[in-house]
Design a protein around this ligand. Structure first.
Ligand SMILES: Cc1ncc(COP(=O)(O)O)c(C=O)c1O
Length: 366
């Protein structure tokens, strides 16, 4: 879709400490008030885990626990809901106030279309049902039947493709293009498709806004689970907006789908061919074109982790009382891979006085 080259092998680590000094002037997103108006909105917990702080030899480890977000088990609904609200508002002239959106949606006869490896598609389907809109969700061949059924249970038409995630995205885009009443709600950007993913990224900022209130200061290091890089784009933009006190940013991906790491190492966006991984939400082969320049300039470090390390992190977080699925717990696996090695630790500016923020982006459904 992006005409990128495919990379067949990557290193498992990338570092560019100068990225910490990069600042951006993107406007502060205005999605929080909309999220607050949605049924069931509450800030998700920020949990302090002293046992992990002791293990990682830092002052504090704080886990943003996204296991229950607006009634769904992942943060993704923050992006999908705001993008859908903005699309309906643009198309109909309605405001993003919920009752106005509902009225406008009812008259619009719109069908929301997306592709997903799991959480985003379920979130789009949930929002479609809230606004009484039809939805079609394309899924990769490898998706388990249980996952596809959970998306269908939200009321969406689920179409299984014969492709991987990138192929499912291309199929969804073609399907949406065939009819002006179909609107593609995708959480990744490519040349010519940027507005909706930009709104998705704005929606993610609500999570970081909550962290600002809960923590009352900027952390020293943020560990981010990464698929196409849109969440990481939101995090880097958020923490690099201020001109003071920039935390280090650690991107964490499966070693079988490390497109951001591969792109950072190469210095240009590359696609990687993906296979099976327990980190289903991170199983993406191509970095978003909107995320790429932000990550290239503002992300300090990237690491790839194995399924075994992610599953160990799921189990360890579970024992510490945090429900975290493999895609969310990958952040802990990445922290371990980064902080256990003295050179990496020093380069990230981490020591025994540091506060580390771990984004546990989904709950453990097993
Ligand atoms: C649970 C979870 N964490 C992290 C991500 C990564 O987000 P992005 O694809 O924007 O990098 C995803 C993506 O679907 C996800 O489902």
């Amino acid at each position: 879709m992006n005409g990128m080259t495919t990379l067949h092998r990557t290193d498992d680590w990338f570092l560019r400490p100068a990225a910490r000094d990069w600042a951006n002037s993107s406007p502060t997103p205005g999605a929080r008030a909309f999220h607050q108006s949605l049924p069931g909105y509450a800030p998700t917990p920020l949990v302090t885990l002293p046992a992990l702080a002791a293990e990682l030899a830092v002052r504090a480890v704080l886990v943003k626990d996204e296991s229950s977000r607006l009634g769904l088990p992942a943060f993704k609904v923050l992006g999908a809901s705001w993008a859908i609200a903005r699309v309906i508002a643009e198309r109909t002239g309605a405001s993003t106030e919920l009752s106005s959106l509902r009225r406008a949606a009812a008259l619009s006869r719109l069908r929301l279309v997306t592709a997903t490896d799991w959480n985003h598609g379920r979130a789009v389907a949930r929002m479609a049902s809230l606004l009484r809109l039809a939805a079609t969700v394309f899924v990769p061949a490898m998706m388990s039947q249980g996952t596809a059924d959970a998306i269908a249970a939200e009321g969406a038409d689920v179409v299984r493709t014969e492709a991987d995630y990138d192929g499912a995205v291309a199929t969804a885009a073609r399907f949406a293009d065939e009819d002006p009443r179909r609107e593609l709600i995708q959480d990744t950007a490519w040349d010519g498709y940027e507005q909706v993913p930009a709104w998705v990224v704005e929606g993610y900022d609500t999570m970081l806004d909550e962290v600002d209130e809960q923590l009352g200061r900027v952390p020293d290091l943020v560990a981010i689970p990464v698929g196409v890089g849109s969440l990481a784009q939101a995090v880097v933009a958020h923490y690099r907006r201020s001109r003071v006190s920039h935390p280090a940013m650690l991107s964490v991906e499966p070693d079988t789908a490390a497109c951001v790491l591969g792109s950072l190492v190469t210095g240009a966006p590359v696609s990687v061919s993906t296979g099976a991984t327990v980190m289903a939400g991170l199983n993406c082969g191509t970095v978003s074109t909107l995320a790429w320049p932000v990550l290239r300039d503002g992300c300090d470090a990237a690491v790839a982790v194995t399924d075994t390390a992610a599953l160990q992190a799921v189990s360890d977080l579970g024992h510490l009382g945090v429900s975290s699925g493999p895609s969310g717990a990958a952040a802990l696996a990445g922290l371990r891979a980064a902080l256990a090695i003295p050179n990496r630790r020093t380069a990230l500016g981490v020591d025994s006085t540091s506060t580390v923020l771990l984004l546990s982006t989904e709950g453990n459904l097993r």
